[in-house]
Design a protein around this ligand. Structure first.
Ligand code: ADP
Ligand code: MG
Length: 481
């Protein structure tokens, strides 16, 4: 029985995967667990009520079709909601007629605040003096906005969830909004953009951005000064709380405890919580289970490494902010080679500008290469004739030794001529050295090959595209990709 439901759901997943993008699949379908199959009714478990609502709102048609495909016209989907560790409440819905499950309040909401935390005496570390109504300085950097947060496949879900939250803080399913991803991929930028957007609306909401480190220090200070209650009370005034780099809570038990109280009180009163983290909730070590389970209540959205087009778009945006305009081959070269980290991309730009001003040099590929060396390892790797042969052979699905073989087969001849052409243009190898690497052909053969390729490029656009794609691939591989 158990196996059956797994098989059925696996089949459904296969169809679903083909119909949604990879990120949505990971976010909305991977966390689902098949629970049981009774007749034509499949029960799946979803992490929380919001999750269920999101599925029904966005994927009802797909789910309906998929289930019917697997279980026939009478196929039904039932949801079971798992909220927190204990709650395990069944809710049913047919995809054809979605109904909202009756979800009881979480069983984990009792938060016994120690008496020492209960004080009305508000001492506020961030209050702007002279303003009657207690208005908190949001501690935001106004340079981080949505407009300068470039959209790409790598951040689409997180960015649009962020915008939804900014429009209706506390009023969406994304509470908490948990933004995670590697270093320098835009977590802080995005979290701050949400805060700035809310502040800009001027509806009197108290927004506060705080790094987790700073929060930790506040906790330590408040314990020292016997003023934990003040701290907790202060945080209760916040309508939108942004805590950056939440992984720093790891292993800090007391801080986690206080954070837990603050979380519960804000969440229960419909206040918006936004966290950033360098990993997914499930991968957090040294963190209390009850906290991790809360992190999963809303939406976890990850920021991935941007693809080349997105990197170029981001780089161009930064250039125009800096008021510079680099030649496009330099921009492309940099973006090919600095891949994993947007902060590094910015670093390269700033260094380039500084270098060119200090040393009165033009910004060209050479200078870019020198600057990038400080940021990226292996940049110095030279393009070799061998490497080009390998890339071309891969492209044409040929064994590499065929390129040097005696044959007049058209496809092989073209691959060989193209390899020579690329070797001539992309390496410093002499014509003779190139010829040597293609079965000892002489330099006039290499010249002839280069001409033949050039002619073909002039008459055949598709071939021309192939050549420039290959060139790009080879250049990209400078960084070892
Ligand atoms: P993280 O907090 O994930 O380490 P940051 O938010 O500090 O990363 O981002 C690093 C730098 O990259 C920042 O200057 C930020 O403005 C920039 N950045 C990141 N993502 C984008 C993006 N999508 N568009 C424009 N700039 C970005
Ligand atoms: Mg950050």
């Amino acid at each position: 029985m158990n196996k059956d439901c797994t098989t059925v759901w696996d089949n459904c997943l296969r169809t679903i995967r083909r119909n949604v993008n990879a990120q949505s699949f990971r976010t909305w379908f991977e966390p689902i667990k098949p629970i049981r199959l009774e007749g034509t009714s499949l029960t799946i478990q979803v992490p929380n009520k919001f999750f269920y609502e999101w599925l029904e709102e966005h994927y009802v048609a797909l789910l309906k079709t998929t289930i019917r495909q697997e279980l026939g016209e009478k196929g039904r989907l039932e949801y079971q909601i798992m909220n927190g560790a204990q709650q395990n409440q069944a809710a049913t819905s047919s995809p054809a007629t979605p109904s909202v499950p009756k979800s009881k309040e979480s069983s984990e909401t009792n938060t016994n605040i120690p008496e020492s935390l209960n004080t009305d005496n508000i001492k506020n570390p961030f209050v702007i003096p002279g303003i009657r109504r207690i208005k908190v300085d949001p501690q935001l950097n106004p340079n981080y906005g949505f407009t300068n947060f470039i959209e790409g496949d790598c951040n689409r879900l997180a960015r649009s969830a962020g915008m939804a939250v900014a429009k209706k803080p506390g009023g969406t399913a994304f509470n908490p909004l948990f933004i995670f991803g590697g270093v320098g991929l835009g977590k802080t930028h995005l979290a701050q953009a949400i805060g700035n957007d809310i502040v800009r609306r001027e509806d009197g909401k108290n927004v506060l951005y705080v790094s987790c480190e700073k929060f930790g220090n506040q906790v330590i200070q408040s314990i020292k000064n016997n003023a934990v209650g003040d701290l907790v009370n202060f945080y209760q005034m916040i309508d939108v709380l942004i805590v950056d780099d939440i992984q720093f809570l790891s292993g800090k038990q007391k801080t986690q405890e206080i954070f837990f109280h603050i979380f519960n009180q804000l969440h229960q009163t419909g206040k918006q919580l936004i966290f950033t983290c360098d990993k997914a909730p499930k991968d957090l070590d040294g963190m209390e289970e009850r906290l991790i389970s809360r992190f999963k209540w809303g939406l976890s959205a990850d920021l991935q490494t941007p693809d080349l087009e997105t990197r170029i778009a981001i780089f161009e945006a930064k250039m125009s902010m800096e008021g510079v305009d680099l030649p496009s081959n330099v921009t492309e070269f940099i973006c090919y080679n600095v891949k994993n980290n947007i902060r590094e991309l910015e670093g390269v730009l700033i260094s380039l500008i500084a270098q060119s001003m200090l040393n009165q040099r033009n910004i060209d590929i050479e200078l870019a290469k020198e600057v990038i060396k400080n940021f990226v390892q292996h940049i110095n790797k030279e393009i070799t004739v061998d490497f080009i042969k390998q890339m071309v052979a891969d492209h044409f699905s040929l064994p590499i030794d065929k390129l040097a073989a005696e044959t007049r087969k058209r496809q092989i001849v073209i691959a060989r001529q193209l390899s020579m052409y690329l070797a001539k243009n992309m390496t410093n190898a002499s014509l003779k050295a190139i010829g040597d690497q293609f079965g000892g052909r002489d330099h006039s053969t290499v010249i002839h090959s280069c001409r033949a390729v050039q002619d073909l490029m002039d008459t055949d656009v598709i071939f021309k595209d192939t050549v420039s794609d290959l060139e790009k691939k080879i250049r990209m591989s400078l960084n070892g990709a």
